[in-house]
Write a protein that binds this ligand. Structure first.
Ligand code: ZN
Length: 247
């Protein structure tokens, strides 16, 4: 399983408080989480690299792309957004974290604004409400997360395939914190925790959720491998010969 962790890497250059929590950047913190999966090979990519860190040869060898972003959504070149979305439709898994909800990639794939209600940090409790889902494997019914940024409903997303985690904040908000979708051959997971100055990515349950999500989203089949889109005989043509169904 080849995982690429993409981070815009902007806060890290301007806010010392972020480096106190993520000394080598959010991408290295996230890489450390995913490297705990024995079968995972993990790379990092950042916006300041050529082609925003995601040239075609990187995408072509990525099974799961993990996306963290906040300040610089508009700076991601449209041709990179196009290539990422195309690769997801062909089968690449996509894990979008926290403020990545506003990324062009997620907005394009979901077709909505992905807008939400926002408040500053609050105490968050995360409820696992779909415990039989593979992303919930080994996760307790309730996670006492501590302080993270408060996101609230309505979260402007299309109906998810599954809502696995529901966030509750002690200032009176709830949020669909862990949602999945299928787009083309690709699986998508959005997961809310992970504000840049909070410590949610050091919570062992959050780490397990991100690891489970990478394993779940890793494609079993890519679009080309399934036989599309070339023309092939219909089952009737195969059985009876082409003349039978040609009219
Ligand atoms: Zn945030």
């Amino acid at each position: 399983m080849n995982v690429t962790v993409w981070n815009e890497n902007v806060h890290e250059k301007t806010e010392p408080a972020v480096l106190e929590v993520h000394p080598h950047g959010l991408h290295e913190t996230l890489k450390g989480i995913i490297q705990e999966i024995p079968e995972a090979k993990v790379r990092v990519a950042t916006l300041d690299m050529p082609s925003a860190g995601l040239p075609q040869e990187v995408l072509d060898t990525t099974d799961v792309l993990v996306w963290w972003a906040h300040m610089a959504h508009e700076k991601v070149p449209d041709d990179v957004v196009d290539a990422v979305c195309k690769r997801v439709l062909a089968g690449m898994g996509l894990i979008v974290l926290h403020s990545g909800h506003y990324s062009k990639v997620l907005q394009r794939l979901l077709g909505t604004t992905c807008d939400l209600r926002w408040r500053d940090g609050a105490y968050e409790r995360l409820f696992c409400i779909e415990p039989s889902h593979p992303i919930a494997e080994g996760i307790p019914p309730v996670i006492e997360l501590g302080i993270d940024e408060c996101y609230g409903e309505r979260f402007d997303i299309p109906k998810p395939d599954d809502v696995i985690f529901s966030g509750w904040f002690d200032i009176g908000e709830t949020f669909r914190s862990g949602c999945t979708w299928t787009r083309g051959y690709g699986k998508i997971f959005y997961f809310q925790p992970g504000h840049e100055t909070n410590r949610s990515y050091y919570n062992p349950h959050v780490r397990r959720i991100i690891q489970n999500a990478c394993k779940w989203a890793c494609p079993k089949v890519y679009r080309g491998e399934f036989g599309a889109p070339e023309i092939r005989p219909t089952l009737e043509e195969s059985r009876l010969g082409p003349e039978t169904s040609a009219k």
